[in-house]
Design a protein around this ligand. Structure first.
Ligand SMILES: *[C@@H]1O[C@H](CO)[C@@H](O)[C@H](O)[C@H]1NC(C)=O
Ligand SMILES: *[C@@H]1O[C@H](CO)[C@@H](O)[C@H](O)[C@H]1NC(C)=O
Ligand SMILES: *[C@@H]1O[C@H](CO)[C@@H](O)[C@H](O)[C@H]1NC(C)=O
Ligand SMILES: *[C@@H]1O[C@H](CO)[C@@H](O)[C@H](O)[C@H]1NC(C)=O
Ligand SMILES: *[C@@H]1O[C@H](CO)[C@@H](O)[C@H](O)[C@H]1NC(C)=O
Ligand SMILES: *[C@@H]1O[C@H](CO)[C@@H](O)[C@H](O)[C@H]1NC(C)=O
Ligand SMILES: *[C@@H]1O[C@H](CO)[C@@H](O)[C@H](O)[C@H]1NC(C)=O
Ligand SMILES: *[C@@H]1O[C@H](CO)[C@@H](O)[C@H](O)[C@H]1NC(C)=O
Length: 797
């Protein structure tokens, strides 16, 4: 009997309750109470529900949310008040004048859908797409959940420029978390960690590369999740950059969702609508591939909290574990930060040596690549272990590459265990003895004094933290200041405008040719600027017809650059169809002549040249008032001044030339052998193309040979990129520099430079470091991670 009743209620009551709600249409006056069994507003098909959800970990708190109503796990796809769940007894109500609001048990306003004051709400509608909308009398949408996304996007939902998905804090805690998916103004969709207190975002750990610094018609402007479950960035020119692997999306009868998970991993997944199949969500795509590796900025804790260690699980999601004798700050939050279970620092008064107080525990394959304060080299493993033990500032030391020892300080960030660290040893300093009772610091004095000392230690710790906090604050302010400082775009340049005739005379009728390039011919000349000065006059012959204004703009941009590793522009000429640029003349020719000529430069000269080029490029990319992508970095475009300083030439011209070629999508700027693979693919061109070319150039500088050498002995040596990686991987550095004794004697730097070069020539532009990182790695300020194979997989999925 009871069974029959149950059956009856199942068959009849359930659909009837849906019918009672007028098929998704919610009239004003409708309300829901925050109680355990409140019935939500359901979409016509019954797929989605809008209403209160009780929190798993606090039964007295409720979330205003939208969820899949038919599948067993009722996955939440949107929530209104993640930061402030409301108490039971609260009431969700739709009013004609104030719209959708949540009032607390005492009638206080707790949440409101932000419509403008002047619009009245005629009714609400839980759409079958999962979008809850509020409409006015004219049936215009005045508010919708799709325009106010939280951590999930659904098919038919679109993210516009500056649209953001924010992760939740933890799987069961809907407070805003510290990861963000954003469509940036420059057209790139990025994943970034952030500082929650200020909303400051850090370096992206994933970027779609669908935009460039230039305000271009090719950059992305919408992130679209289409009806069939494909997720892509749409460019202004209608190109689609898919994040969903092609042909891998089950078409009919599945729910799709794109979620920025609490751990920073972005997943695209589906669930069969037929929930009797006892299936759960299947992940189609995870971004990034390895979050433990991908987050490595100098600021922020990494994928896990501070002092924590990230390990990638086989579902590409991270797990976090504290080092030995460290424990979680919040015992319930394994993804949070860890603290030592002992006192670490320099507070002991000398009665106890560091060796008395501490021990070293060894961790294999684990590193915190960014928390260094000292690098000792050459050093043995034993020295590395002891130097950390004896140094009261040292928390951990890392022994690596046979003779290198990095000492690291708290808090440690970006910690991870990773098999690419194979052979590396982490020495973790831990308190001796019972971890909750470190040896008394002053054993001979009475307990009152002891507690005084504890107080002193506490004060010292507080003081130290204060110093650290204010120091971090300073860095923060300084960083912000740097970005706020107004750019000197209107600064007058000291460029001289020459007449054609003046330049004709200066070059003696364009007589002495110095070289030819993509832009035209360069002639030697002499002009009088006070005294007579030797110049190189570049006659441009490929300028677009309508490029007049562009020419002025570009010349101004070039004229504003000042850097010791760039060739100075002195003036220009713009007469009729003639366009000429006047540069300072550099006496020692091109790097190509030097590198591939008869007398090879010494190892040290080559290192200096590489540093110089890197700094020049860094300046072009990040430090001058208008970002300049060179697009044609090669040894022919690096000139040498009288002191053999490397000076980059031909920068700022790429835009001029590309103007008239942008119609043909196959137009490739740059020179064979040096151009980045994205030129050949449907990928946008960013500063990373220069990083790629720099990588090729760096290999040439290291090896003193051309990147493609058909005469090389042995076919495996023809393409320098491949051969260099092979040599690196097999550890045959001798082969690559061919008996260059100086280079081999400087093995550490040789290896470092080679590793940096391999990072730069990664096919995936997002893996390539910025020039800033490149210079820091070349200088040894940043540890160089082990580079992956430059051509590991096909990018175009
Ligand atoms: C929903 O309700 C509003 C107001 O009662 C009405 O104007 C509208 O036609 C209804 N829409 C549907 C699809 O029933
Ligand atoms: C809009 O609403 C806010 C609070 O709900 C109120 O303070 C403000 O005066 C209203 N503005 C107008 C123009 O009605
Ligand atoms: C519901 O979604 C469908 C499909 O996107 C759309 O055509 C329709 O206009 C939406 N209804 C409302 C009331 O927004
Ligand atoms: C969620 O996490 C935040 C940040 O740690 C915390 O302040 C808040 O109390 C948590 N919320 C719940 C419901 O546990
Ligand atoms: C260029 O970008 C700015 C924002 O940086 C935008 O306001 C402007 O409309 C863009 N111009 C064009 C022509 O796309
Ligand atoms: C559109 O822009 C992309 C870069 O986002 C570019 O690769 C592609 O060639 C452009 N297509 C057309 C037709 O201009
Ligand atoms: C459904 O799957 C779960 C594990 O995914 C399993 O434990 C359970 O027994 C399955 N139920 C049925 C009815 O197959
Ligand atoms: C992931 O690892 C678990 C055990 O840790 C194993 O049961 C599972 O089959 C693995 N999954 C895949 C896809 O390898």
């Amino acid at each position: 009997m009871a069974f029959a009743f149950l059956l009856f209620s199942f068959i009849f009551l359930q659909p009837m309750s849906v019918v009672a709600q007028i098929a998704g249409n919610i009239s004003f006056g409708a309300s829901i109470h925050a109680t355990e069994n409140s019935s939500p507003w359901i979409s016509p098909s019954g797929d989605f529900a809008f209403g209160f959800r009780q929190l798993d970990n606090d039964k007295d708190l409720f979330l205003v949310a939208i969820w899949y109503n038919k599948i067993p796990d009722k996955t939440i796809v949107w929530y209104a008040n993640g930061d402030k769940p409301v108490p039971s007894g609260s009431k969700l109500e739709l009013f004609y004048d104030t719209g959708l609001v949540v009032n607390g048990p005492q009638g206080e306003l707790l949440w409101k859908a932000k419509t403008s004051n002047t619009t009245f709400v005629a009714y609400g509608f839980m759409n079958d797409t999962g979008n809850f909308v509020l409409l006015n009398e004219n049936l215009l949408v005045v508010w919708e959940s799709f325009k106010n996304p939280t951590d999930t996007m659904l098919p038919t939902q679109i993210l516009e420029i500056n649209g953001v998905l924010s992760s939740r804090h933890r799987e069961n805690n809907f407070s805003r978390g510290r990861f963000q998916f954003r469509l940036r103004e420059d057209g790139n969709a990025v994943l970034t960690p952030m500082d929650l207190l200020s909303d400051n975002t850090y370096d992206p750990y994933y970027i779609t590369s669908t935009g460039d610094a230039i305000n271009s018609t090719n950059s992305g402007y919408q992130v679209i999740f289409d009806e069939s479950g494909y997720f892509y960035v749409l460019s202004r020119n209608n190109t689609k950059f898919y994040l969903t692997p092609k042909g891998n999306v089950p078409a009919a009868n599945s729910y799709h969702r794109a979620t920025l998970n609490f751990d920073g991993v972005f997943t695209l997944s589906y669930h069969p609508k037929d929930f009797t199949a006892n299936q759960s969500w299947t992940v189609i795509k995870t971004i990034p591939d390895n979050i433990c590796r991908s987050i490595y900025g100098e600021i922020g804790s990494g994928a896990c909290g501070y002092n924590n260690i990230c390990t990638l699980k086989n579902d590409s999601r991270p797990s976090c574990k504290c080092p030995p004798k460290y424990s979680l700050l919040d015992p319930n939050d394994e993804y949070g930060s860890c603290k030592p279970d002992f006192i670490l620092g320099c507070q002991a008064d000398g009665q106890w040596s560091q060796e008395d107080l501490y021990d070293i525990e060894e961790l294999p394959n684990t590193d915190w690549p960014t928390s260094d304060y000292e690098l000792s080299q050459p050093f043995t493993e034993q020295q590395c272990r002891e130097s950390c033990l004896k140094d009261c500032l040292c928390a951990i030391s890392i022994f690596r590459a046979g003779d290198k020892c990095w000492k690291k300080k708290l808090p440690l960030s970006n910690g991870r265990t990773d098999n690419i660290f194979y052979g590396l040893k982490a020495f973790v300093k831990v308190g001796r003895g019972d971890q909750l009772n470190p040896p008394p610091l002053l054993p001979n004095k009475n307990s009152q004094e002891k507690s005084q000392n504890k107080l002193i230690i506490l004060l010292a710790v507080l003081l130290t933290s204060l110093v650290i906090v204010s120091w971090l604050g300073f860095i923060f302010i300084y960083r912000n200041k740097r970005t706020i400082v107004p750019r000197d775009s209107d600064v007058e340049t000291n460029l001289r405008c020459f007449t054609y005739r003046e330049l004709q005379e200066a070059t003696n009728g364009f007589k002495l040719e110095l070289g030819r390039g993509a832009f035209g011919v360069v002639y030697k000349g002499t002009i009088t600027l006070g005294s007579s000065v030797q110049v190189a006059v570049k006659k441009l012959n490929n300028i677009a017809q309508d490029g007049e204004r562009e020419f002025r703009t570009e010349v101004n941009v070039i004229g504003q650059t000042h850097h010791k590793n760039l060739v100075r522009l002195l003036g220009f000429c713009e007469e009729g169809t003639q366009r000429l640029l006047v540069y300072e003349f550099l006496s020692n020719g091109t790097l190509a002549n030097l590198l591939f000529g008869e007398f090879k430069p010494s190892w040290n000269e080559r290192l200096q040249i590489a540093f110089g080029i890197a700094r020049g490029l860094l300046y072009l990319h990040e430090e001058c008032s208008t970002q300049i992508i060179h697009c044609d970095i090669k040894p022919q475009n690096i000139l040498l001044d009288e002191y053999y300083n490397a000076r980059i030439s031909d920068f700022g011209l790429a835009k001029l030339l590309s103007l008239d070629q942008s119609q043909t999508s196959t137009a490739i700027r740059g020179t064979k052998g040096y151009v980045a693979p994205e030129w050949f693919r449907n990928l946008p061109v960013t500063v990373k193309v220069d990083v790629y070319s720099f990588g090729v150039l760096l290999l040439e500088i290291i090896c003193c040979r051309r990147s493609v050498d058909m005469d090389a002995l042995g076919s495996e040596k023809i393409i320098l990129n491949y051969w260099a990686y092979d040599c690196y991987q097999q550890g045959t550095l001798d082969a690559i520099v061919e008996n260059d004794v100086e280079a081999l004697d400087d093995r550490g730097k040789l290896e470092r430079f080679l590793m940096v070069a391999i990072w730069c020539i990664q096919e995936d532009p997002s893996l390539r470091p910025t020039m800033k990182k490149v210079t820091q790695m070349l200088e040894g300020v940043l540890q160089v991670p082990v580079p992956p194979c430059p051509t590991p997989y096909n990018l175009t999925n």
